[in-house]
Design a protein around this ligand. Structure first.
Ligand code: FMN
Length: 367
């Protein structure tokens, strides 16, 4: 067959098909120190999202793609595609990093325009870029030229207000971005305050690509409400997938109009054990693994009891045996009791330490 004439348009870029044909997309939110290979594999066992995003690869003059993040791409056995997320502002180094990542089996390249940690945004990267649409224009132009496949953007609605939101949405169109995720808060709001679903709806109306709605999607029911309210093409879920890894399967059930499956406290106990084993570094100190588990359990605990008794007890545990004894007491006393689909209101994952924020990691993010 003769080659197609050069004037023919290139193959249309297609987003990965959802697991359930015709349903809205679901994605696991990128989360630094959480969405590593082990977590992706754990979550897939309970019902994978349609696709994943890596935590951000930092891009600067001396950066090389971090090996532990690369593992979530190179050793991905979940059967679901992974987008590689970048954070940076230097065009040549972003392009250099894209070229390295495109040699790996990535679904596409995602640009972080949302990280709210002061140490990050002061460098004018992540959420800091939302103050500078001209720079975003330049970066997206260069990325679009460098990425033949899918180029995606994850943004907040602004830095301290949504004044630049409309302009940045125009840039998403100008540079033919393939998928836009909007977390409906400003950088200065961090994780506090109402999510502006009305502005996510504005993005849906404005951009030509599909939009994923993000922020406080706590359950399958809430996902359906947010989709109805915003018209988004899908949802991205972060912290509530740590609490409830069944959430993506439950979304598919809900979107299909089927009853949402019930999770029991015994199921949650088994998930905690699975997470403990999957995230343990062989030969690593037990107390570090217990400390790591407490970061996940801060979220899981929001569904265990309304008074936060589990949360208080698990924070006192120092050893693996103590931690699992707390889990047994709270989760195996009435193993058949349902784990509620929504978190109990008013339970904070940890005292609010946002003033000390240095990164987006679990150490700093309140639930
Ligand atoms: C521990 C943690 C780490 C995060 N790291 C990243 C990151 O690397 N890149 C990013 O774009 N967003 C990051 N975020 C933001 C989430 O992707 C998401 O936008 C935010 O948590 C709101 O969604 P949720 O309410 O479903 O959690 C992080 C959030 C948390 C809780």
């Amino acid at each position: 067959m003769p080659p197609p004439p050069a004037s023919l348009p290139a193959e249309p870029r297609r987003l990965p098909a959802p697991i359930a044909a015709g349903q809205p997309w679901t994605a696991l939110a990128p989360m630094q120190d959480v969405t590593d290979l082990a977590f992706l594999q754990v979550i897939s066992r309970y019902g994978a999202p349609d696709f994943f995003f890596t935590e951000f690869f930092r891009v600067h003059v001396q950066s090389r793609p971090e090996p532990h993040i690369l593992r979530s791409i190179l050793e991905n056995t979940t059967g679901r595609p992974v987008f590689a997320q970048l954070i940076g502002e230097s065009v040549p180094h972003l392009v250099r990093t894209v070229q390295a990542l495109l040699a790996c089996p990535v679904a596409g390249i995602d640009l972080n325009l949302g990280c709210p940690a002061p140490k990050i945004y002061r460098k004018n990267v992540g959420g800091g870029l939302l103050r500078d649409p001209a720079r975003i224009d330049e970066i997206l132009g260069a990325l679009r030229a460098a990425v033949p496949g899918l180029l995606t953007v994850k943004m907040r609605i602004g830095f301290d207000d949504p004044a630049n939101f409309g302009r940045i949405l125009e840039l998403v169109n100008r540079h033919a971005v393939d998928l836009l995720t909007v977390h409906g808060r400003t950088v200065k709001e961090m994780y506090r305050g109402e999510v502006r679903y009305d502005l996510i709806a504005q993005a849906v109306q404005t951009v030509r690509c599909p939009v994923l709605a993000n922020g406080n999607i706590t359950s399958a029911g809430r996902a359906a409400d947010v989709l109805a309210r915003t018209g988004a093409a899908g949802v991205m879920i972060g912290r509530h997938a740590i609490r409830n890894p069944w959430i993506f399967r439950q979304c598919r059930e809900r979107f299909a109009g089927r009853p949402v499956s019930v999770v029991t406290l015994a199921d949650v106990r088994a998930y905690i054990e699975h997470l403990y084993r999957a995230t343990t570094t062989p030969g690593g100190p037990e107390r570090l693994q217990v400390a790591r588990m407490k970061k996940y359990l801060n979220f899981v605990g929001q569904g265990v009891d309304p008074d936060g008794v589990f949360l208080q007890a698990m924070r006192r545990a120092q050893t693996e045996a103590e931690l699992f004894s707390v889990c047994d007491r709270h989760l195996l006393g009435e193993p058949a009791r349902a784990f509620p689909p929504e978190p109990h209101p008013g339970l904070l994952a940890r005292p609010n330490r946002e003033g000390a924020l240095e990164t987006c990691s679990l150490d700093n993010v309140p639930a």
